[in-house]
Design a protein around this ligand. Structure first.
Ligand SMILES: N[C@@H](CCC(=O)N[C@@H](CS)C(=O)NCC(=O)O)C(=O)O
Length: 216
């Protein structure tokens, strides 16, 4: 059965799932839920995901939310062990980065997305105090990635896994987000030289202005 992904491809966690499913090679059908119209807060989506947050997945009668859980389910369903290894320690390592992304990394990167992308788009201004307050936390977390990527091309093992997709997604608009990446060269090399070169990433690109249409 083809997975149905209820999502708006312009949001971080939806782009994560769409790119991850392409990496995995899991066929899916997109059910568009318009984020900027607030459809995630309305029925029928709300009954599917009572968190009022995107994305969600259905596989027949089975319903699932949490972007990382969706990727893990899809990888196991199609049996892609390169994208989501079954070997005990490699799997624990992938799981570790995905938990870390959801609990720590996404919330930090999201501050830059809201202040530098969402607010200006809606006619507001970034709040320098909010950005300043997040800087130390961002650099602490980026430093964790920097050390991990100093001697390896991918977060886990020799090739891309759903951990790379999950962690990179939080930074998917890094230029527009104005993420302060200057002190993290290994992180930048991984993001721009590896993740951004993946076909699954390029096929799901989101451009400035929150659009999937390449600017003319
Ligand atoms: N931990 C959740 C986070 C989902 C989430 O925060 N989604 C955002 C879009 S990236 C959302 O829909 N937020 C609700 C809103 O802003 O109204 C996941 O990974 O699926």
């Amino acid at each position: 059965m083809t997975l149905k992904i209820h999502a708006d491809p312009i949001t971080v966690n939806c782009r994560k799932v769409l790119a991850g499913l392409k990496l995995i090679g899991a066929p899916y059908e997109l059910v568009h839920v318009d984020y900027f119209k607030g459809e995630q807060k309305l029925e029928p989506y709300l009954s599917l995901n009572p968190n009022a947050a995107l994305p969600a997945m259905t596989d027949g009668a089975f319903e699932l939310w949490e972007s990382n859980a969706i990727l893990q389910y899809a990888a196991d369903k199609v049996g892609n062990e390169r994208a989501y290894p079954r070997e005990l320690q490699a799997r624990a390592d992938v799981n570790r980065w995905m938990f870390w992304e959801s609990a720590s990394w996404f919330p930090s990167c999201y501050v830059f997305l809201v202040e530098n992308c969402v607010k200006p788009l809606l006619g507001g201004q970034p709040d320098p105090a909010v950005l300043d307050a997040q800087l130390a936390q961002f650099h602490k977390l980026a430093g964790v990635l920097e050390r991990r990527l100093a001697h390896q091309d991918w977060l886990v093992g020799q090739g891309p896994t759903i951990a790379d997709i999950a962690v990179a997604s939080a930074m998917h608009l890094h230029g527009w987000q104005k993420l302060p990446l200057g002190d993290h060269p290994h992180l930048v090399r991984w993001l721009t030289g590896r993740v951004e070169q993946l076909p699954c990433w390029q096929d799901t690109t989101v451009y400035e202005g929150f659009t999937t249409q390449r600017p003319a």
